[in-house]
Design a protein around this ligand. Structure first.
Ligand SMILES: Cc1ncc(COP(=O)(O)O)c(C=O)c1O
Length: 394
């Protein structure tokens, strides 16, 4: 028998994919996968269709199409407050995932430690482990999951080389505050750490105040690589356009790693993506309004069924507190919600290295209008009374 490499052991099927399969088997509504069902902006598809024939269909430079890098640099200055040289400070990649992989390959050796504040996006851990990098989870206190210098100190070790931030966070929706970023800056300076910040949900938030990019904080600028992409903001995850950005000296090895990994991001789609970055402000406010409405509808559907959701500041997920259900863990909670209400969610365990601080599941509300209406109906008639125990809620 030809065995798979050991690095894949335990990685064949993620919790999210397993839940999707269970959902299909029972004909449920899938709020599990973080897959937006929002249609892409119509104008983007129209201009894309017009430009596709004349686009370049060859390889682009490894660092990406010059027009795309210029558009990203303009956006980084105007929106994120970060000055980046489009020539040597940006690499266009196969999604934000491609950027994260290239950064790991460029900077982390097997056996190095990488700090992951919990809850984290499972891919951040899985990809690190693939390269032999040791996850160092930072257990934060629910429900706020506030990142402090003490928490950083408690989780770091002699191996620690980098920290991964994610703001707004998948799954908690938390937006990092200036105080939290300052704590990271002090700690990263003391330990000489690389800061990797995944800001793929940067335009999706519901609380006042502009998006804060860690790299815009001067003490962090020289040691931070900002990762983002177009998948979430413009609902085009299949285009696979993302990027890593930072000071030229940090980006050069990332460019080499991305080149070896995948040569370049899809050239014609890089060129079409420039139009997305030039959409007017009204697009972003409209998108936020739509997701806010969806968040509130799905949240009240769970609440009326006796399950308390959090109130996310950003991204498009709800954490549903299941401490009131007589279940052992998030896996049992997700199964109970699927069998009782026909709604698939993801166990909280998918976002923690160790046991989550309370029993919860994650529900994605960037689903179709039809699925939102079905979720409301099915949760309104679901009877959780036999499952309700005496467990304390947080
Ligand atoms: C935090 C985070 N980063 C990255 C990604 C994937 O981004 P991309 O499609 O650009 O690879 C996701 C998708 O769910 C995500 O939640």
């Amino acid at each position: 028998m030809i065995a798979n490499a050991r690095r894949l052991d335990g990685k064949q099927q993620s919790t999210i994919r397993a839940m999707t399969e269970r959902c299909v088997a029972v004909g449920g509504i899938n709020l599990g996968q973080g897959l937006s069902r929002t249609p892409p902006p119509a104008s983007l598809l129209d201009t894309g269709a017009a430009h596709f024939k004349t686009a370049d269909h060859s390889y682009s430079l490894a660092q990406g199409d010059p027009a795309l890098r210029k558009a990203i640099a303009r956006k980084l200055t105007a929106y994120n407050g970060i000055d980046i040289d489009p020539d040597d400070g940006i690499v266009a990649t196969i999604g934000a995932s491609g950027a994260y992989n290239a950064v790991l390959l460029a900077y982390l050796n097997p056996g190095d430690g990488i700090l992951l504040p919990e809850p984290f996006y499972g891919y951040h851990r899985a990809a690190a482990e693939l390269y032999g990098v040791m996850p160092e989870p930072i257990g934060l206190t629910a429900p706020e999951f506030r990142l402090t210098k003490q928490a950083l100190e408690a989780s770091a070790s002699e191996r620690t080389r980098a920290i991964v931030l994610c703001t707004p966070n998948n799954p908690s929706g938390r937006r990092l505050t200036a105080d939290e970023i300052t704590a990271v800056a002090q700690f990263a300076e003391e330990r000489d750490l690389l800061v990797i910040t995944d800001e793929i949900y940067e335009y999706i938030y519901y609380t006042p105040g502009r998006h804060l990019s860690p790299a815009a904080f001067t003490p962090l600028t020289h040691r931070t690589i900002t990762i983002s992409g177009l998948s979430k903001t413009y609902s085009i995850p299949g285009w696979r356009i993302g990027y890593a950005a930072g000071p030229g000296h940090l980006i050069q090895p990332v460019r080499t790693a991305a080149d070896i990994l995948s040569v370049c991001a899809p050239t014609p789609l890089q060129q079409l993506a420039v139009d997305a970055l030039e959409l007017p402000e009204a697009f972003y406010t409209g998108m936020r309004d739509q997701y806010r409405t969806q968040r509130d509808r799905v949240a009240s559907a769970f609440r009326s069924a006796g399950l308390e959701p959090n109130h996310p500041e950003g991204a498009y997920y709800l954490l549903i507190d299941c401490s009131s259900l007589r279940v052992q863990d998030g896996f049992e909670a997700a199964e109970a919600i699927l069998t009782t209400a026909g709604v698939a969610t993801i166990p909280g365990e998918a976002f923690h290295h160790n046991k989550p601080p309370y029993t919860y599941v994650r529900a994605c509300f960037a689903v179709s209008q039809e699925d939102i209406s079905r979720t409301e109906k099915q949760l309104a008639t679901a009877d959780f009374s036999t499952l309700m125990g005496t467990g304390a809620t947080i």
